[in-house]
Design a protein around this ligand. Structure first.
Ligand SMILES: NC(=O)C1=CN([C@@H]2O[C@H](COP(=O)(O)OP(=O)(O)OC[C@H]3O[C@@H](n4cnc5c(N)ncnc54)[C@H](O)[C@@H]3O)[C@@H](O)[C@H]2O)C=CC1
Ligand SMILES: O=C(O)[C@@H]1CCC=N1
Length: 270
C-alpha cells in the first residue's frame, strides 16, 4: 500500500485531499494530513475520514508527500522534515516559484512540481507537471494518474511554469475578474439591470461558452456569434484593440511578483 501525505491543508491541500479521495485516486486509509494550525488539519481529517498528525509524522508515514504551503513557507517545512525525506520518497510541491533545483538541494527525496488550479476541485483543472532528475517512470505514471483524476495533467519545461501558471492556475481568478467588470458595466448602462442578475447571466453564459469551446476554436466561436455587419463584431473590435495592452501589463506585473517571491526565497533562476 502506498501512503500519501499532504502538508498544508489550505485551499490547494484541502482541495487535493477531498478530490483525490472523492474520485477514488487515493483511499482514505492511505492519506495523512498536517497543517501549521492543527485544528484545520483535524477538521479536514474528520470530514474525509483520513488521519491528521504533525508535519514530522506525516513526512515519516508518507511514500508520496504533497507540499501545499506557500512558497515562503516551503523552505521551513522541508528543513523541518528533511531527515525523513529520503530517496525512497517522492515529494510533490504545488508551490509556484520554488524550483526543482532548490527542492532537490534541500532534501534527498525524489521530487516533482505540480501546479493545479481551483478548477481541479470540479475535476476540470489543468495541472502543470515538472518531474525532477531523480524521478522515475513510475513516479511520472503516478502523478499523471493522480492529477488525471481531477482534470488534465500536462508535462511542461520548468522555465515555462511561470507564464503557464499565470494562464492556468491564476486563470480562473483573471477570467472571473474580467467577467465581473463586464457584468458591472452592463448594470451601469442606465437600463435598470440589477448587478447580481447581470453576474448570474454572465456566469451562465460562461458555462455555455465553455461547453461550446470543447469543440470550437476561439476564432470559430467568435465567427459564429459575430453576424457579418451585426452588433458583436463592433464589440469584438474593441476587445481586440484594448486587451493586448491589458494583458501585457498583467504579465509584466506578475513577472515582477514572481521575481520578488523568488528573491525572497533565494531561488532566482538565471
Ligand atoms: N490557490 C491556488 O489557486 C493555487 C495555489 N498554488 C500553490 O499552492 C500553495 C498553497 O496555496 P494556497 O492553498 O492557496 O494557500 P493557503 O494559504 O490557503 O494554504 C497554505 C496552508 O499552509 C499552512 N502552512 C503554512 N506553514 C505551514 C507549516 N510550516 N506547516 C504546515 N502547514 C503550514 C497554512 O496554515 C495554510 O493552511 C502555494 O505554494 C501556491 O503557490 C498552486 C496553484 C494554484
Ligand atoms: O496567487 C498565487 O500566488 C497562487 C499561485 C497561483 C494561483 N494562486
Amino acid at each position: 500500500m502506498t501512503a500519501y501525505g499532504i502538508i498544508g491543508t489550505g485551499h490547494m491541500g484541502s482541495m487535493l485531499a477531498e478530490e483525490f479521495i472523492r474520485r477514488g485516486a487515493i483511499n482514505r486509509e492511505e492519506l495523512w494530513v498536517s497543517n501549521r494550525s492543527q485544528e484545520k488539519a483535524q477538521k479536514l481529517a474528520r470530514k474525509l475520514g483520513v488521519r491528521a498528525a504533525d508535519n514530522l509524522k506525516v513526512a515519516e508515514r508518507s511514500d508520496v508527500l504533497f507540499l501545499c504551503v506557500r512558497p515562503v513557507d516551503l523552505k521551513g517545512v522541508i528543513a523541518e522534515t528533511s531527515e525523513l525525506l529520503t530517496p525512497e520518497k517522492l515529494i510533490v510541491s504545488v508551490a509556484v516559484d520554488f524550483s526543482l533545483r532548490q527542492l532537490e538541494s534541500l532534501c534527498r527525496a525524489r521530487a516533482a512540481r505540480a501546479i493545479p488550479s481551483v478548477a481541479s476541485g470540479k475535476g476540470l483543472g489543468v495541472t502543470l507537471l515538472v518531474l525532477g532528475s531523480g524521478a522515475s517512470e513510475d513516479d511520472r505514471s503516478l502523478v499523471f494518474r493522480l492529477f488525471g483524476s481531477i482534470g488534465w495533467p500536462v508535462e511542461v519545461a520548468e522555465e515555462q511554469l511561470e507564464v503557464l501558471s499565470d494562464l492556468t492556475s491564476s486563470g480562473p481568478a483573471y477570467i472571473s475578474a474580467i467577467l465581473r467588470e463586464f457584468a458591472l458595466e452592463a448594470s451601469m448602462r442606465g437600463a435598470g439591470v440589477d448587478k447580481d442578475l447581470a453576474e448570474q447571466l454572465i456566469k451562465k453564459t460562461l458555462i455555455g461558452t465553455a461547453a461550446l469551446l470543447e469543440d470550437e476554436s476561439f476564432d470559430d466561436l467568435i465567427a459564429m456569434v459575430a453576424t457579418r455587419g451585426g452588433i458583436t463584431e463592433e464589440g469584438a473590435k474593441v476587445i481586440e484593440a484594448l486587451s493586448p495592452e491589458m494583458f501585457r501589463q498583467l504579465f509584466s506585473a506578475t513577472s515582477a511578483k514572481h521575481r520578488l517571491v523568488k528573491d525572497r526565497i533565494g531561488n532566482v533562476e538565471e
